[in-house]
Design a protein around this ligand. Sequence first.
Ligand code: PAF
Length: 283
Amino acid sequence: MWTTTTIDDLRTRRRALTGTVAFVPTMGALHAGHVSLIHAAKQLADHVLVSVYVNPTQFGPSEDLTKYPRTLKEDMELCEAAGAAGVFRPGDQVMYPQQIACEVNVPQLVTMLEGEHRPGHFAGVCRVVAKLFNMVQPDVACFGRKDFQQLKVIEAMTRDLAMPIRIVGCPTLRDPDGMAMSSRNRYLTPDTRKRGLGLFKALSEARAMVEEQGETDPAAVEGVMHTVLASHKVAIDYTVIRHPQTLAAIDCIEPALTGGVVALVAGRVDDVRLIDNMILAER
Ligand code: PAF
C-alpha cells in the first residue's frame, strides 16, 4: 500500500491504476466502521483509495478540532490490512494553500438538524469532499449512514453538479451494546458512555413503537425519544422523524412511504456530542 501527501503524486498514482477506483474519505482515528467501508468499497471497484484528513473547515470555533484524535500509524496499519491500494493524507497547506474562494452549497439540506447546531459544518464538508473528489477522481465513494444528513448532502451535491461518482451509503456498525461506532467515542468515560447509550435506546424505542405497535404519529415517537434521552441525562439537540430522502418533517408515518422514515437523534453527554439514526418501517 502506498501513501502520499501531495496532489501531484496522488494524480500520477491515480492515473497508473487500471480499472475502477472506490474512495473512502475519512478524518482518521479509524475504527471497525471505517474498515467496513473499505471492505464495502473493495466489492465495488478494482482499487480502493482512502483519504485521512482532519478538515478544519467543518469544525466550528468551539468544537473539538484541536483535540480530535490523530492516530496515523494505526490508521495506516488498518488501511493496509483492509486492502486499500493507497492512502492520501494531505496537510492543511495542500488542502487549503490559499484563501478559500469558492463555496459549494446545498441550501435545502444544510440549515436544519446538524446544520442548525453546527453552523457552517456542511459548507466545510462539501468543500473538502468536492476537492477530494477532484483530486482522487473516483468512480464510486463510500460514506457511513451513521452521518445520515452528511450522506444526503453529498448525494445531492454530486447529483446536482453532475459529478460522475456513485455515492454508496454503508450500514452503521455498532458495538455489542448497540452504541454506534464513532471516532468521538474515544472521548467517553464509562459513565458518559452509559449515558450516550441513550441514543441507541431512544432509536430502539422508536422502532418498537412504529414497527411493533403501529404508531403513525411522528410527534408521539419524537416525544418518546426525547424522554429516553432526557432520562439518560443527554443534553438534547434534536429527536426527530423525517423523510429519508428530503429530511423534511412528515405528518404521518404512512405505510405508503416504502423507504420508511428516518429517526435522527443528537445531543451531548458532558462535552461529547453524539449523533445516531435508524430507518424505521422500511418495506
Ligand atoms: O465523515 C467524515 O469523516 C468527514 O466528514 C469527511 C466526509 C471525511 C469529510 O471530512
